[in-house]
Design a protein around this ligand. Structure first.
Ligand SMILES: Nc1nc2c(ncn2[C@@H]2O[C@H](COP(=O)(O)OP(=O)(O)OP(=O)(O)O)[C@@H](O)[C@H]2O)c(=O)[nH]1
Ligand SMILES: [Mg+2]
Length: 260
């Protein structure tokens, strides 16, 4: 029996949310991968949906807006007063993607140097890394490469999905923003990250961003699960073929037994 309450109605994803900028996106498909759609329809998503919780870590310089971003999405709150995150904090968010329950664990880490070594012990096992900077602070954008490098030391670069997020967009004029966006898109492309710009104060793009994160991590989890199953099936065929003689003997033995 499930003890979890039903997924909130505003956490249901039926279609693939679109990227923010085509120039720096993880993929340009307009709908979920067809293999993922059919796996969901046929309830062949394996551990995804029942047991799997995807870990997402949020990293970046101090005071760029990591905690505000998570709080705007998870609690719909915004605090003007800065309270540094000490070590780490986390929030759980439950979604339903293509009819399958899917949970994200959002890890909010400290940007302050003195808490960094505590925070980095929680980097391991991330399925996605959200590298955050403040769009009004070009130094925080320059530092994103270092944040990514540190986070990747604890994770498998080939399987983790990357998002570069420019925060505090409401404080930037259109012309100032246009300038930093150019640089940010370049950094995102070099990293292989998808780029987003958000404001936790106004809520601009916050929900769209997390829906995209949930959808892309869900999609990659299901594809990985299907691949694991395919590899297992190939393994079974090889084992059966290797034991052909035994199989024949077993069948023969059983036959003779039943005819006795
Ligand atoms: N105007 C505006 N201010 C923001 C926004 N996001 C964050 N802030 C402000 O920026 C300050 C820092 O925000 P936090 O979210 O606490 O920063 P952080 O990245 O979590 O900082 P650390 O925990 O020290 O790593 C706070 O005073 C927030 O109110 C935003 O979108 N717009
Ligand atoms: Mg914080």
């Amino acid at each position: 029996m499930s003890v979890l309450p039903p997924v909130r109605r505003d956490r249901i994803v039926g279609e693939l949310p679109q990227c923010f900028k085509k120039e720096a996106s993880l993929h340009l498909r307009t709908s979920f991968h067809p293999k993922v759609v059919s796996a969901c329809q046929e309830q062949r998503t394996g551990t995804v949906g029942r047991f799997k919780i995807s870990k997402i870590i949020v990293v970046g310089d101090l005071s760029v807006g990591k905690t505000c971003l998570i709080n705007r999405f998870c609690k719909n709150t915004f605090d003007m007063n800065y309270k540094a995150t000490i070590g780490v904090d986390f929030e759980m968010e439950r979604f339903e993607v293509l009819g399958v329950p899917f949970s994200l664990q959002l890890w909010d880490t400290a940007g302050q140097e003195r808490f960094k070594c505590i925070a980095s012990t929680y980097y391991r096992g991330a399925q996605a890394i959200i590298i955050t900077f403040d769009v009004n602070n070009v130094v925080s954008l320059e530092h994103t490469r270092q944040w990514l490098q540190d986070a990747l030391k604890e994770n498998d670069p080939s399987s983790v999905q990357l998002f570069l997020v420019g925060a505090q967009k409401d404080l930037s004029s259109p012309s100032q923003y246009a300038l930093i966006e150019k640089d940010a898109l370049k950094v995102a492309r070099e990293m292989g990250a998808e780029y987003w710009a958000i404001s936790s104060l106004t809520g601009e793009n916050v929900k769209e961003f997390f829906f995209r994160v949930a959808s892309l991590t869900f999609e990659s989890s299901v594809l990985a699960e299907l691949e694991k199953r395919r590899a297992r099936n190939i393994g079974d065929v090889v084992r059966i073929n290797n034991n052909d003689n035994n199989l024949y003997l077993t069948t023969k033995k059983r036959k003779s037994k039943c005819c006795q």
